[in-house]
Design a binder for this molecule. Structure first.
Ligand SMILES: [Zn+2]
Length: 264
């Protein structure tokens, strides 16, 4: 009896929603590690109860055991305008496509800022990937090539690459591999930006499918991101195959044409 009372009491202590203002978000949920701030209590509680599971799914798909004790903050605004107002306030340049954003070091806590919408869970997984990759590879966010950062986040947050490859298969335009690898800013044009995300998603899947096991791909990430080696050299050191970018692109495009998301 006593034990169950203690248990109930500690649960009440750990999981609670209470009033504390953070950038005008008046509801807060805290479970000892994840801090969820929202515009109202219902949302703070709803997301608060799911957040650890979303995080665990992300880390599992990345192939990592959760060895970290980092705290995370999630800010959820009621609508896009409020989110954009906040991003403006913290002077983050906010391209139009933004619905959620990873703030690597907001007041010293890795933070996700987003707004409440029906794709929120997928978006949280996407942004968690951005926060976790930096942590796993122990690099600064700027060191991660844009295509890889977005491709990985898409890989983790989407169930499969089938729709992506089908879209690319029928797309009249294509960003050449050499250009994709060098992109250091998001394309301004909406169509090209979508293409950039989808190609990055497809390329990450292609690389993962080509790796005999996850360690080969992780080793590629270390050479390419951590050591900053060029794509070809990082590929040679991890996959043990010397490649030529044009031939590699041909191979990737025939993988796209197959459309099923599986390599040979
Ligand atoms: Zn992203």
């Amino acid at each position: 009896m006593k034990l169950s009372l203690i248990l109930i009491f500690s649960i009440l202590l750990n999981f609670k929603v209470f009033s504390q203002t953070q950038d005008n978000l008046k509801a807060r949920f805290y479970d000892g590690r994840f801090l969820v701030y929202a515009s109202n209590y219902k949302i703070a509680e709803e997301v608060g109860y799911k957040i650890r599971e979303i995080y665990n799914k992300t880390i599992k798909k990345l192939g990592y055991v959760d060895a970290y004790k980092t705290q995370y903050q999630i800010f959820i605004w009621q609508n896009k305008d409020e989110l954009l107002k906040f991003l403006e306030k913290i002077k983050l340049k906010n391209p139009e496509q933004i619905s959620a954003v990873a703030l690597y070091d907001y007041k010293e806590i890795p933070t996700i800022a987003c707004y409440y919408n029906e794709r929120l869970i997928e978006e949280l997984q996407h942004e968690f990937t951005h926060l976790l990759i930096v942590q796993i590879l122990d690099v600064s966010p700027k060191e991660i090539p844009l295509w890889l950062n977005e491709g990985l986040a898409m890989y983790i947050s989407k169930d499969s690459v089938i729709n992506t490859n089908n879209f690319l298969k029928n797309s009249p335009s294509f960003i050449e591999l050499s250009k994709l690898l060098d992109l250091d800013d998001y394309p301004k044009d909406k169509k090209e930006r979508d293409l950039f995300y989808l190609e990055s998603h497809s390329l990450v899947n292609f690389l993962i499918d080509k790796a005999k096991n996850r360690e080969v791909f992780m080793s590629f990430l270390r050479w390419y991101v951590k050591k900053g080696y060029p794509f070809k050299k990082a590929y040679l050191y991890s996959y043990n195959i010397e490649i030529n970018l044009e031939k590699f692109q041909e191979e990737w495009r025939s993988y796209i044409k197959k459309g099923d998301g599986y390599g040979d």
